[in-house]
Design a protein around this ligand. Structure first.
Ligand SMILES: [Ca+2]
Ligand SMILES: [Ca+2]
Ligand SMILES: [Ca+2]
Length: 150
């Protein structure tokens, strides 16, 4: 019985450690941008016409032009991670975590299928549009929940 209690306590401790923001390598940022600043930059990069809404065409265009180095219409983990680190100065752990979070169908590449699935997930009010606020909430949650090596 006592052993069982210890086991439960140990797993609770492991759980809360894993879910504490800023205690993981994910929080490392090379030039100390906060997550909010990084998200602001990603929004500026994606919202090409500056109207506060992220159209599917804007998101796809941003990813294809910035990340798809070999122009095969897919973004590999290697392509994504290096570009994200260079542009936003987040650590490798976070960039990898983000890639896997974006890769909705787990085929280890980012394609329009992933962006469609992400869009449905991020559009929390279901109006078919992706607002800056919806994207910001989605991204900040990822920063908060990031666990290295997953
Ligand atoms: Ca726009
Ligand atoms: Ca994918
Ligand atoms: Ca919306």
């Amino acid at each position: 019985m006592f052993d069982r209690v210890l086991l439960v306590l140990a797993s609770v401790a492991a759980y809360s450690h894993a879910h504490s923001p800023r205690q993981s390598g994910c929080a490392h940022n090379g030039i100390f941008f906060t997550p909010n600043e990084v998200v602001g930059k990603t929004i500026m990069d994606m919202d090409k016409n500056g109207d506060g809404t992220l159209e599917q065409s804007e998101v796809v265009s941003e990813f294809v032009t910035r990340y798809d180095s070999n122009n095969n219409n897919e973004i590999s983990e290697a392509e994504f991670v290096i570009k994200w680190m260079l542009r936003y100065h987040d650590g490798r752990d976070f960039a990898m975590y983000l890639f896997h979070h974006f890769d909705k169908n787990d085929d280890l590449k980012l394609t329009p299928a992933d962006f469609l699935a992400l869009r449905a997930e991020i559009d929390s009010d279901g109006d078919g549009k992706l607002s800056e606020a919806e994207f910001r909430t989605f991204m900040i949650d990822i920063y908060k929940n990031c666990v290295p090596g997953i």
